[in-house]
Design a protein around this ligand. Structure first.
Ligand SMILES: [Mg+2]
Length: 201
């Protein structure tokens, strides 16, 4: 869930979501880099009461010292993640070298496609750190299957909605897992030309 409106409101919203989903599901929060360091750390302690296990971009991803500051002080059960804005390999290398994250994120639409993503994945593997894909779940499905360091794929509903609008062959998740349809060619997707025609300018 996205957070960072008002710190008290965030805690109330996290409490409400935990109450709604029960105790068995993992709860992830994403601050999109909008907290200050001390504010993020204070929030991490409060979120821990509701078993939040993932705190994404608690501070700006450009603040590698800040990410490390929080990663080293946050509850052990809470992983700190960042990396979705990375384009070049050096960006990811610096993030890993700074010990800024527990899980690195990468987005193949930004980090030089499949080739760039695989290079980031190799960095993670060499650093014994897991990698999580950012958005565009169908784009990362086959790629993720070929990534030993993969932790999980972000299943962003806005993106899924668009993928279903524009493509045939989008698989449904089953028990939290996506599997490629091996009966389909390539990535399994086929552009629905007739459905997208109305968006042509
Ligand atoms: Mg994010």
């Amino acid at each position: 869930m996205k957070i960072v409106r008002h710190s008290n409101a965030d805690v109330d919203r996290v409490r409400a979501v935990r109450a709604a989903i029960g105790q068995d599901e993992e709860l992830f929060v994403d601050a999109n880099g909008a907290y200050s360091r001390k504010q993020a750390l204070s929030q991490a302690q409060k979120f821990a009461e509701f078993n939040v296990s993932w705190f994404e971009e608690p501070v700006s991803s450009d603040d590698l010292e800040g990410l490390r500051f929080i990663r080293e002080r946050a509850p052990f059960e809470m992983e700190i993640a960042a990396g979705e804005y990375g384009y070049g390999l050096n960006y990811f290398k610096r993030m890993l070298a700074s010990h800024a994250v527990d899980v690195l994120q990468a987005d193949a639409t930004r980090c030089a496609g499949f080739t760039g993503f695989q290079q980031v994945a190799t960095l993670c593997q060499a650093d014994h750190l897991p990698l999580s894909t950012h958005c565009a779940p169908m784009l990362h499905l086959h790629l993720g299957c070929a990534t030993p360091a993969l932790r999980h794929a972000e299943y962003f509903h806005d993106h899924v909605r668009i993928e279903r609008m524009f493509f045939d062959g989008v698989p449904e998740p089953n028990d939290g897992a996506l599997k490629p349809d091996l009966s389909r060619a390539g990535m399994g997707l086929e552009l629905k030309y007739s459905d997208i025609e109305k968006f042509r300018r």
